[in-house]
Unconditional design. Sequence first.
Lengths: 351, 414
Amino acid sequence: MTERKLTFMSAITEAMVQSMRKDETVILIGTDVAGGAEVDHLVHDDGRYDDAFGGVFGLSKGMVTEFGRERVIDTPIAEHGYFGAAVGAAATGLRPIAELMFNDFVGFALDPILNQGAKMRYMFGGKAKIPLTVRTVHGAGAGAAAQHSQTLYGMFGAIPGVKVVVPSNPYDAKGLMLAAIEEDNVVVFSEDKMLYGMKGDVPEEYYTIEIGKANVVREGTELTIVAIGKMVQVAQEVANRLAKGDISVEVIDLRTIAPWDQETVLNSVEKTGRLIVIDESNPHNNTATDIASVVADKAFDYLDGPIKTVCAPNTPVPFAANLEKAYIPDADKVLKVAEELIADLRKVSTI
Amino acid sequence: MNETIVMPKLGMTMTEGTITEWYKEVGDPVEKGEPILTISSEKLNQDIEAPISGVLLKKHGEVEDELEVGAVIGVIGAEGKTASTETKKVEQPHAEKSKTSERVSVATVARPVKQASTKTRIFITPLARRMAEKENLDIAHIKGTGGNNRITKRDIERVLVNGVDVEVEATAERTTQAVSVDLSAVGEGLSPMRKAIARNMRGSLAQTAQLTLHRKVNADPLIDFQKVLRKEIESGELDVKLTLTVLIARATVLALQELKKMNSLYHDGQLTEFDEVHLGIATSLEDGLLVPVIKDAHQKTIGSLAKEMKDITEKARSGAADGNLLSGSTFTITNLGASGIEYFTPILNAPETGILGIGALQDELALAEDGAVKSVKKIPLSITFDHQIVDGATAAEFLTMLVGYIESPYRLVL
């Protein structure tokens, strides 16, 4: 395995390209994914095409040139329409990757996902598979204001029949993307736009990471922190800072938020007795509250303190940079919340 | 709308009050703001005024009844109205004249009486509870060190490993519990003020580890300084007497600001050190003792300290002190010098960490540098401190600082 650094963004592109090379039923569909390439009026006199941008973040740049307009399909700005097409294509033998440019636009795309894609396999007695991957983008921090910065993966996670994957680093992004494309059910693959530039080791070969399995990224014995997406970095910073006070933190990267890995989380809490969940979603009815409720139920007798969740506040994402920064959970907020849980660890029993 | 009158909380430590006199009878009209009854608590008598104009509909207690803070004392309603539905509920079964009437009357009588002992709930995590049950430990005897003073796994483990520790803690818990139970009976049959004093003193002795240090301080420089200042202050517009106590109070404030450990409260398992000094001044009354407080004494000049000390002690003596004036101190001074007492062992005004006792100024013979015998004025000082919070060295340091200020009094105005 070679040590090769890729950005989070390139890792996703590489996963899409590799799957499309491997499996000709894989197609990419969405607003601007081809970026106008090979459109007649963009053809130069010498027959060259403009090198289109390839999606709003440039993730699919170059893909239309390799796979053609039959497999990399630009759509009108009509999410309901092309998501309907994607669900239909999935039901009839293709493996579409459909891109919802920002998860904030979910309202327009929801019916095909919620009421068609997520129901068909069930209602048709298992006769239809819906191998649809919904790629979308979440997260605050880019100054993109209230309508382009939300964190809504929890909404998808509430739908039975939809799996939701939130990668936290380039390696996971590629492996989880390939697993999502291979999956025979609807998978929402939610990318944090603030992670796109993150660099990390990504093997060149084709590999998958199991959906539904969390990753213990740091082992510890006294406090479990479960984190989602870019919040894993926050959790690691908290763990580093608490380690200076000799408090041992276990950090779990949830990777999949639906169905989330109860076994790994419960095992960890049974070991540490303390749990904090960090989720950038708004604070109610989200993944963090779901984890808290399941752990309170199933690991009650192992809890050595209340379960804490650290989430964004119950407001839209502010545009002002200082407010946006205050909106996103960070290590200081987590440490503040942690204080109640670790008070007894800090006190040196002298008697 | 009917309006209820409840037992007010007049001071931080007040838990119940006694009805001393009803000015109104049921059915009497009352004006908003008019006194309806008077209650006494701990150290105070207080008139309770009508919150609205109307008619006194109901009394929930008679003279000498003791009611908890927050308990309903009476109900005022617009004329012609009856007392609240609550009262109706009580009366309804009466009408039935059935066997239940007996129970009802008991309940009615029982109402003003103190409710079941306010046993504090023990917070313990599910894990710790399970472990304690498995090990057959009595959680009442385990100290919780977790957030919100919860008992956690770590506490159980500590108790399991360190058997002696359990014993110590268990006895400590038991003592406090026993005392707090006993305290409810302390001072039974005494006047409300004596009862409060009895409880405070017993509580203080039971909950702290008190120790007193004594030393004398040469007061000659302070007396000279007093003379100088008197000219300034008493000739000014301020109508106050500049006593040595005031100057020593000023010295105390300065020393407390340097040594904050002495300016602290230890209460409910929490130690708080204060930047601000709220100075309690023990003031004797005919049949008791009050501690009115000079708030923010650290911000006051010697002149205003003098004035305020006069004001608050006069208020306390005349019975005009309210709960606000009698609570919130962080350190207390008590002076028995006027009675010729030299050294004594003041009892801490819990939950404070220190109390300074000032004794009588006296002439002493001392050897001057040239070997001649000369007369020196000296003041005996006694500092009682809570040995749980500070050690003898700290208290001694505090006294030394105080002596420093008293012997170089110009520092009091620096």
